[in-house]
Write a protein of this length. Structure first.
Length: 251
């Protein structure tokens, strides 16, 4: 699996300023408080990226472990950790091969990270790994882009993003199966001499129906508590761009 985020990691935070991490963390905290049945507060941030969500969850009092496959992303996370002094443990690991020294009470996996896996069998593999790493009564919370978003919003669209440091051309190409989108990122970095340096990254995302996701979780032993519309506790809408899944391991 190519992460497609090694170069992108340097600009990731600038290009995702639309994500309101404190609000997202508060939403997750509310779900955790409602549904957690284990006794601890050890939280695994799977595919933690540059650590923005890890830091927000640590500020809420969780004992956070951040895991990511991308060295570039983890380098950015470690710089934040040194700047902010939060007690977060970061680990470079492929989530398909997740192996912790102990168990956790909560796992979160945000910002469509599971959509990036190469196949649904790999998604199932992650589900099994998370189940094995979870305390009885512990939670698994994650979001995924929906088929609607892939077909109606990403599709074959081109998006442009510009910051003081970089100009990004984000080009999508939906595949014949109607659920897979290949993304090409053209990154133009402004240099001191006024010229631009061009770099290119490639990302692939796959979307799946919620029923398939729920069945896979239940086959692993999780009890699915809800599959919600975005950052709410409402059922999925026909035009939901993102689904939020909450599952619990039996006590």
């Amino acid at each position: 699996m190519e992460t497609g985020y090694e170069t992108f990691s340097f600009y990731y935070d600038q290009l995702t300023k639309n994500v309101h991490y404190p609000a997202r963390a508060a939403y997750l905290d509310s779900l955790i408080r409602q549904h957690l049945r284990s006794e601890g507060n050890v939280l695994l941030d799977l595919a933690c990226g540059t650590g923005s969500m890890s830091e927000e969850m640590a500020r809420l009092g969780y004992d956070v472990i951040g895991v990511d496959f991308s060295c570039g992303m983890l380098n950015q996370a470690m710089e934040k950790k040194l700047d902010h002094g939060l007690p977060i443990q970061y680990v470079q690991q492929d989530m398909r091969q997740l192996e912790l020294y102990g168990t956790v009470d909560i796992t979160i996996c945000m910002l469509d990270s599971l959509n990036h896996l190469d196949s649904f069998s790999e998604v199932e593999q992650v589900f099994r790994r998370v189940f094995e790493a979870t305390e009885p009564g512990g939670l698994f919370l994650f979001d995924m882009n929906t088929i609607y978003k892939h077909q109606q919003l990403l599709a074959n669209q081109i998006y442009l993003y510009e910051t003081d440091a970089v100009y990004c051309v984000w080009e999508n190409a939906i595949q014949e199966n109607g659920v897979t989108v290949k993304i090409t990122l053209q990154l133009f970095q402004l240099e001191a001499d006024g010229k631009y340096t061009r770099q290119e990254e490639h990302i692939t995302e796959h979307a799946y129906p919620p029923e398939q996701v729920q069945t896979a979780l239940e086959n692993c032993g999780f009890h699915v508590l809800g599959i919600y519309h975005a950052d709410t506790e409402e059922p999925l809408h026909g035009d939901s761009q993102r689904m939020m899944v909450v599952a619990r391991k039996g006590e």
